[in-house]
Design a protein around this ligand. Structure first.
Ligand code: HEC
Ligand code: HEC
Ligand code: HEC
Ligand code: HEC
Ligand code: HEC
Length: 372
């Protein structure tokens, strides 16, 4: 069993992290912006002009607006009931309270984590219950420090809003997400993938789906409004449609080929402990197991003594191109061969050397089958 040091998202980085905890983005962003400027929600009669900025500030970690954000969020929810309903069911809303995060934070209670999971709190302080419960709120994504409300570019028919709106193509592409969905290990800087704990946004920019906005896949239109539940990723049927598997046997080799029909980034993306398990079970006629082998497609990290963060050793996730996994069959006649592909998130991958021993915290069986 690896030492508790290895049970972390960034072994060996804790001290560095405390020093740089206030800056998960590596110096590009003020963690604690000035006092909140709340939007002037006037009567619906006085319609303020919509501003169009060249480069409006995009959402990101460490908003730190505290109780003012909680109160303002309540106002958004009252007027935008449809968006509020789906947001309340989302893991954005529950980012600071749900068990997977609380368990991981208990193992490494680092202020850095709060910047994104409790973004309206001050990262170095224990948040109040209401700020923790807000999680990633309407205000976190939409309300700029200047008091404008970010929105997608105008559609044909537009009702006037009783508040300032700042329409931005960047917000509606990946600018509304990149601040939190691409970030380095604390203490590491620079543009190299190896410095990054999550790389979803840069994967998107490199993928064949780069012109498809994140919202097109993750915020489907439901009754004319964008769903704010971000819950397709928890729908096994949707996941299955988005990863296709072909299995074939040639002599004593079994080849499983995984392909994304509509790539938007790597599969799987997100947290560094997500991976695909590709498995093969071979039995003889009497049911005796002859071979049980699993291979893992992931960003494979190693912990290296004296080096902050984890070292990215290789990345064999499914990207734009199909990815093949090979297994050698044992000798023998009348073998019964079954295979499976499972999406998993593990608690840790230890020091990276024995992924098969990692504790699986959640998993979805995507595909399975048999071969003659
Ligand atoms: C007093 C009611 C009210 C409050 C409070 C309010 N809004 Fe609005 N908002 C409206 C109305 C009405 C519109 C225009 C009609 C529409 O698009 O829903 C609008 C428009 C918008 C739009 C643009 C929709 C589009 O056309 O693309 C966004 C985004 C938005 N509001 C977000 C927010 C957020 C976030 C908050 C909280 C910080 C908020 N609103 C607070 C009533 C309100
Ligand atoms: C994780 C970021 C995020 C959070 C949290 C969030 N929104 Fe949005 N919202 C967006 C993005 C991005 C769009 C634009 C999608 C598009 O049309 O391209 C959007 C669109 C909207 C719109 C435009 C109308 C529509 O639904 O098509 C409204 C209104 C809105 N949001 C209100 C809210 C309210 C109210 C909350 C909280 C209950 C909220 N949003 C929480 C990112 C967010
Ligand atoms: C302020 C930071 C922040 C912003 C901005 C943000 N996210 Fe997130 N997002 C998070 C955090 C934190 C989580 C993890 C929540 C958890 O599981 O604890 C998350 C989770 C998710 C998930 C997984 C949800 C689930 O149910 O498993 C998706 C998908 C996602 N975000 C997409 C987006 C998209 C698309 C955008 C832009 C429109 C966006 N996010 C903007 C912080 C953010
Ligand atoms: C073409 C569709 C598509 C686009 C575009 C896309 N995604 Fe995804 N996203 C998926 C699919 C399919 C999955 C499920 C498999 C996986 O984890 O890669 C997913 C998974 C995720 C997850 C993992 C959530 C979890 O709980 O497992 C996050 C976070 C996420 N996307 C964020 C984003 C962000 C941020 C963008 C834009 C920068 C984006 N996605 C663009 C299709 C898309
Ligand atoms: C810069 C933003 C950011 C920081 C800092 C951050 N996270 Fe996250 N975290 C995210 C996003 C975005 C996701 C969603 C990706 C996904 O679900 O795969 C996420 C997902 C997770 C998940 C998976 C949740 C689930 O539903 O499966 C855990 C656990 C987690 N984070 C714990 C932590 C811990 C512990 C820390 C501090 C060491 C931390 N995070 C720091 C943005 C951040």
């Amino acid at each position: 069993m690896p030492s508790s040091l290895f049970l972390t998202r960034f072994a060996l980085a804790v001290l560095v992290a405390l020093a740089s905890a206030c800056d998960p983005s590596g110096g590009r962003r003020d963690l604690v912006p000035g006092p909140p400027v709340l939007p002037a929600v006037a009567s619906a009669v006085a319609v303020p002009a919509t501003t169009v900025h060249e480069a409006p500030p995009m959402p990101g970690p460490g908003r730190a607006r505290g109780e003012a954000a909680v109160a303002e969020n309540r106002a958004c929810e009252l007027c935008h009931e449809r968006e509020a309903r789906s947001w309340r069911s989302s893991l954005h809303h529950h980012a600071g309270t749900h068990p997977a995060y609380r368990d991981a934070f208990a193992v490494e209670p680092n202020p850095f984590c709060r910047g994104c999971h409790v973004p309206e709190g001050v990262p170095t302080a224990e948040p109040s219950a209401s700020v923790r419960a807000l999680g990633v709120g309407c205000v976190t994504c939409h309300l700029t420090p200047g008091g404008d409300i970010l929105a997608a570019p105008a559609q044909d028919r537009q009702e006037p809003a009783p508040h300032r709106l700042l329409r931005s193509a960047e917000f509606a592409s990946d600018g509304g997400c990149a601040g939190c969905h691409e970030f380095t290990f604390p203490g590491l800087h620079g543009g190299d993938d190896r410095a990054f704990m999550q790389t979803t946004s840069r994967e998107h920019r490199r993928s064949a789906g780069r012109t498809t906005p994140c919202a097109s896949c993750h915020m489907p239109l439901v009754d004319g409004a964008r769903s704010h539940g971000f819950d397709r990723v928890r729908d096994p049927a949707w996941l299955r449609e988005n990863l296709l598997v072909e299995a074939e046997r040639q002599g004593d080799i079994v080849q499983l080929t995984l392909r994304q029909p509509r790539p938007g980034h790597a599969f799987p993306t997100g947290d560094l402990f997500r991976r695909l398990e590709v498995g093969l079970l071979v039995q003889d006629r009497s049911g005796r197991v002859r071979l049980r082998e699993r291979q893992f497609l992931a960003r494979h990290f190693e912990v290296r003594t004296g080096v902050a963060g984890r070292h990215l050793e290789r990345d064999d996730r499914v990207f734009d191109e199909p990815r093949s996994v090979f297994f050698s069959l044992p000798d023998g006649e009348h073998l019964r061969i079954s295979w499976w592909v499972t999406l998993q998130r593990v608690a840790s991958v230890g020091d990276g050397t024995s992924p098969a021993e990692a504790r699986v915290e959640s998993e979805v069986r995507l595909h399975e089958g048999r071969l003659p």
